[in-house]
Design a protein around this ligand. Sequence first.
Ligand SMILES: *Cc1c(COP(=O)(O)O)cnc(C)c1O
Length: 436
Amino acid sequence: MATERYPHLKVTDPTVYNLILQQEALERSTLKMIASENFASFSVLEATGSPLTNKYAEGYPAARYYEGNAVIDEIEDLAITRLKALFGAEHVNVQCLSGSPANQAVYRAVMKPGDKVMGIPVSEGGHLTHGWKVNFSGKDYLQVPYGPNPETGILDYDQIREIALKERPRMIWCGTTAYPRTIHYDKFAEIATEIEAYLVADIAHISGLIAGGVHPNPVPYCDLVSSTTHKMLRGPRSGFILSRVEDRYQQKYYADSKLNLAKRIDRAIFPGLQGGPHMNVIAAMAVAFKEASEDSFKVYAQQVVKNAQTLGAYLQEAGIHLACGGTDTHLLLLDFRAEEFTGKDVSQALARAGIICNFNMVPGDQRKPMVTSGVRMGTPGITSMGMKEDDMKKVAEWITRVVRSIHTETAESVEKAVAAEIADYTKSFKVPGLSD
Ligand SMILES: *Cc1c(COP(=O)(O)O)cnc(C)c1O
């Protein structure tokens, strides 16, 4: 028999209880196709919801500023050991509160205010923290922009090298929020080494692909790697940094400092930016790292890519254009530049039909960022539900029907019909962390 969910909350705060159940019902009956979302397991949720939330543990294992942390040290050490093994990293920090704070710590560890940082602008698929003007990263540092080729949508490494040689940034970000193709860290590493820049991979979106063995691992090529844990990696909402121990530019930039790169990262997080770590979340990270190290996660990661490629092929067959001509990853960018409707029109129509994704700029986009010509979608969520290639045929049909009906008289009835079909279809799938 299914046990009752949230029995205490139901009694003490029925308002919040009902809102949580409403969101759960929504996620059970629709397709979660936001490329940065996924379903954490019950085990991850249980650790996140544990009384570890109460403990203060400022500092690091065996060097805390509060008493009573013997067990807490074991938990953080476990998360550290598992994370190091998962990516083959020399040093890790698991205290970052999320992806953006992790990136903030990266700047603090290797940059001085006013230094140049090479990053992809938000409008071309970079993250806010890669130097966008309204973010701390664009206010405190000077962004040297680069991006995918507007015609092909692909990163052009010769062009990236040219910009790097001309501008000589102190640091280069490689990592995006909307790039469907493989990132070649070896090529970035050659460029960074040539100009003696720090190379940092931001793998927030693709850490699950890397852990699952279906995307190259940046660790051998990069000085630092930052990530979230709540995207495809299926952990709690959090972040981490992987680091080399020694700084290859110590003499150049930090000759006076006794701190190596690993120590500078740890100090940047605490006491530089944060106070007490979220130990409930760090315990949940340890759980997620164990899950991600299992063979079943490799099978999952392979299926995520197979599903994205299969879905992409069906959509192309139906006449929908894909940026970059397809995908190597979990992510598809649907390109509607040639249509009279916008990316926002499509994402809103799909949402009404039970397919949840987001509008997104595409390479060469002429429309404004608040409407765009593209839609970004990903397969991590629906693959966690258990969907396979056959199901992608259904998903492609639903998307195609909704897109074709946009701005026609039948739009509303098509959206309603598709929403009902999806609500019915999803009943037979087990959703991690939601279905008993
Ligand atoms: C999601 C993401 C982040 C930031 O993560 P938050 O946890 O939302 O702060 C950073 N970089 C990239 C590339 C991302 O996709």
